[in-house]
Design a protein around this ligand. Structure first.
Ligand code: UD1
Length: 437
């Protein structure tokens, strides 16, 4: 699959990077991409105007706006405050290309099914990590009384008798399947129990948002979530502020590990980063929870560690490209294991090899033999996190690195270059006139 098939803007944006460091100063995190996108979809569950604060200007938010507008919602914005006007009768036919541009579009299934009794859409897209099926979503909705039809162009789901509560034992704690089940359950008849639910902080953020709309949910953040259905919901009475982005936090932690220095990540939530902090600790990066945020410092060469990705509270698969770059210059040999997605997660390793990294892929393991330093090269951003990882590699490499395909990075980061530059990084952004970011 062409990794750029969903990126409309060509010619592509490039960034030129020079070796940087030590990094010094403070940065503030944007709200979590993987929360904001779900909260926006959840607005369709209740008629009226919903207000979300600090919504980041990332490309994926633009796609979700397109989907909301196709569903009949209104969108207004004052700075980073977004007003979503959810209609009395949403349009449940989401036949627009934006749906295939991101994985998060799958979370429009439940709100529209719950409100309209039917929904149809093309298959969700997103980063190409191999197959990303939606069978767990569909089988859970079927237990709640829905029927579905999947064909070459997408999926149609309907519930003739409405949705009813059910006991759903997830085969795998899928993040977006948990989101979808919660959103279907809040308007279903009776009680739904999710066993082996995803425990990601973004799932709890969605639960908080739904509770603010009048939903009855208990147990989110654990693997046993219970939802009592209700007839209708109303928009939350006050503007909702999503949690800060822990993957963006991991990005700045990695930047500090690679470039050395001492930074404060102002609004980071250390309790969302526990296993990652342990790993950085073992690598020789000092991470200290401060009164508001996280202080990160690193002076010496990193040490090798083994890293397996796992569902939360394990090390997130989204951190792996970042950690791979850090460990590529660590002392010793690290084994990084991808347990969530397929080996495609490691596609970017070919790009990192152009910079002198010594990494062998064996199935879903990457064996990383640390080299003393990387060297600048022309490389590609292949997806949002791998793209950010290549940017950081460029800041640690000897000479100039040129990263092409920054559009991928803009899917999830609002101002990555500006924030890194404020810490002392050397980045020149070259945006072609046609790019909209
Ligand atoms: C979400 C995040 C993504 C993150 C991932 C894992 C969003 C928009 N994206 O993706 O950034 O990397 O969680 O933390 O929130 N699976 C199935 N059938 C399904 C659903 C999932 O087999 O119906 C499999 C997937 O192929 C994958 C694994 O379960 O191997 C994890 O997927 P899941 O937790 O659902 O990730 P996403 O929700 O796609």
């Amino acid at each position: 699959m062409d990794p750029d098939q969903h990126i409309p803007n060509r010619p592509r944006e490039i960034w030129k990077l020079m070796r940087s460091g030590p990094l010094l100063g403070r940065v503030r995190l944007q709200p979590a991409k993987n929360s904001v996108l779900k909260l926006l979809a959840a607005c369709l569950l209740a008629e009226g105007t919903h207000v979300l604060d600090e919504v980041p200007g990332i490309a994926d938010v633009g796609y979700v706006r397109d989907i909301l507008e196709t569903a009949g919602a209104g969108w207004a914005q004052e700075g980073r405050r977004v007003f979503v006007k959810s209609p009395a009768q949403p349009n449940p036919r989401l036949d627009i290309p934006a749906v295939s541009s991101l994985r998060a579009s799958v979370v429009f299934l439940a709100p529209l099914l719950a409100r309209c009794g039917t929904v149809s859409m093309p298959f969700p897209g997103g980063d190409d990590f191999g197959l990303r099926p939606i069978d767990l979503h569909l089988s859970a909705l079927a237990l709640m009384g829905a029927e579905f039809e999947v064909n070459g162009s997408g999926v149609k789901v309907w519930a003739r008798q409405g949705l009813r509560g059910a006991r759903i034992v997830l085969e795998y704690p899928s993040h977006t399947a948990t989101d979808n089940i919660m959103m279907a359950a809040v308007l279903a008849k009776g009680t739904t129990v999710i066993v082996n639910a995803a425990r990601e902080p973004e799932v709890s953020d969605l639960a908080d948002f739904l509770r603010a709309m009048g939903a009855r949910i208990e147990g989110d953040g654990t693997s046993h979530v219970s939802i009592e259905g209700t007839d209708s919901l109303v928009p939350a009475p006050s503007p909702f502020v999503p949690i800060p982005d822990r993957v963006e936090a991991a990005t700045f932690m990695t930047a500090c590990a690679l470039c050395k220095g001492s930074i404060t990540i102002e609004n980071a939530r250390p309790e969302h980063l526990e296993r990652l902090i342990e790993k950085f600790d073992a690598m020789g990066v000092r991470c200290v929870a401060a009164s508001q945020g996280l202080e990160v410092a690193c002076e010496a060469r990193l040490s090798a560690v083994d890293v397996p990705s796992l569902p939360y509270p394990g090390i997130a698969t989204d951190y792996l490209p970042l950690l791979t770059v850090a460990l590529s210059v660590a002392e010793g040999v690290s084994v990084i294991t991808e347990n969530v997605f397929g080996p495609n997660r490691f596609r970017f390793v070919g790009e990192l090899a152009k910079m002198g990294a010594d990494i062998t892929i064996e199935g879903h393991h990457a064996v990383v033999r640390g080299v003393p330093s990387l060297r600048g090269a022309a490389v590609k951003a292949l997806d949002v996190r791998a793209g950010a990882a290549m940017v950081l590699a460029g800041l640690a490499a000897e000479g100039q690195t040129v990263v092409e395909g920054i559009e991928h990075v803009r899917r999830g980061y609002e101002a990555l270059a500006e924030k890194l530059v404020s810490l002392g990084a050397s980045i020149e952004q070259v945006r072609p006139p046609s790019a909209t970011g």
